[in-house]
Design a binder for this molecule. Structure first.
Ligand code: FVH
Length: 334
């Protein structure tokens, strides 16, 4: 492991679109950067920019005090790190595998085919127990927690993460990087990770980064779908999307200001109708459904809103405020 006066050494494993952006940001910030990718040629440009190319996965895992993984999915992570010779071989100290007992995995000893131009994971490694793994691969909270347990069994410090940004903004404040896992591990590496963007530690539960990631996506798709519903309606009256967009933007911004107050209602479990009762919202939902149907526009989304509101009203919550719907969201669909 080395460091030099310009920065702490870091390793990136996985040089897809995102991994290359991460490595580029570390290089730009002056961190000695080691890279490894299954398809070796993807390292070439980074090497030309000053990165070191590790000869094997085992070399990559022992090159730096901090190793970032950014692969397609957790199956790829487990295939790679379970590979014999990575130093994370699950035959020692136990053999339950990164997925945990009874779950499907290609297995730590599955031979992984290496076609010409692909890197071998390598074979004789002392293991990566001296590095901290930060896994920025997208996945769910169960995968994150299982991978954290697996790392713990092998004496590897581990943070799980989620990237809420596209490759071109990596290295700027716009790039939101969410991390969860032991705070001392985060604190030890925060100054280096800050080269990637706005880095936030969410808590000790390694599943939190994945949960925040999908919660953020729920917000994004809900806002976009609501905007598309309105856009489709207005287009039937000759209003183009560009004309409606600024109005929709103002509505979204105003609604966003309601969230802290509504969150306080949810957390206290009390939903007094301060500005509007749910049954008033439900009547307006009927207008949206009727307008959509009359205009020949898809009404599935407003019907979904209405069916959830109707269930809450039937359960006696019609006189309470909108966030009382948390009770409908908090359980599986009937
Ligand atoms: N790109 C983006 O905008 C999004 C933004 C939000 C977060 N994601 C997540 O980042 C992960 C990587 O995404 P990516 O865009 O870099 O993906 P690719 O360009 O397809 O690169 C995939 C890399 O994974 C390697 N890989 C896949 N399977 C294996 C395996 N079994 N063993 C070893 N490496 C594997 C692949 O290697 P190669 O095909 O080049 O040999 C690439 O390095 C992802 O979780 C996004 O959801 C990005």
């Amino acid at each position: 492991m080395d460091t030099n006066e310009t920065g702490t050494a870091v390793t990136i494993i996985g040089l897809g679109l995102m991994g290359r952006a991460l490595a580029g940001a570390f290089l730009k910030a002056g961190h000695p950067t080691t890279v490894w990718n299954r398809t070796a040629a993807k390292a070439d440009e980074l090497v030309a920019e000053g990165a070191q190319s590790a000869a094997s996965l085992a070399d990559a895992l022992t090159a730096s005090p901090l190793t970032i993984l950014c692969l397609t999915d957790y199956q790829a992570v487990h295939e790679l790190l379970g590979a014999h010779g990575s130093g994370l071989d699950d035959s020692e100290p136990d053999d339950s595998g990164p997925h945990g007992p009874g779950t499907h995995s290609s297995g730590p000893h599955s031979p992984h085919p290496h076609s010409p131009g692909t890197h071998s994971p390598g074979t004789h490694s002392p293991g990566p127990a001296g590095t901290t793994l930060v896994n920025l691969t997208s996945g769910d909270s169960t995968q994150a927690r299982e991978t954290a347990e697996w790392a713990g069994r092998h004496g590897v410090r581990y943070l799980d993460g989620a990237i809420m940004a596209v490759p071109p903004v990596i290295g700027t404040a716009e790039a939101v990087i969410l991390l969860s896992g032991p705070r001392p591990v985060f604190a030890a590496h925060e100054p280096v990770l800050a080269a990637l963007g706005t880095v936030t530690h969410l808590g000790a539960d390694p599943g939190l980064a994945s949960l925040y990631d999908v919660a953020g996506l729920a917000m994004m798709w809900s806002v976009l779908n609501a905007w598309l519903q309105g856009t489709a309606l207005l287009r039937t009256a000759g209003v183009d999307a560009a004309s409606y967009a600024p109005f929709a933007q103002r509505i979204a911004a105003v609604v966003a200001t309601w969230l802290p107050g509504y969150a306080a209602q949810i957390d206290s479990g009390s939903f007094p109708a301060v500005v509007s009762a749910l049954e008033t919202d439900a009547r307006a939902m009927t207008h949206l459904i009727e307008e959509s149907e009359a205009a020949g526009v898809n009404a599935e989304l407003p019907k979904l809103f209405k069916s959830m509101a109707d269930r809450a009203i039937a359960a006696g919550h019609g006189g309470e405020q909108y966030p009382v719907l948390i009770e409908e969201f908090g359980r599986p669909a009937a």
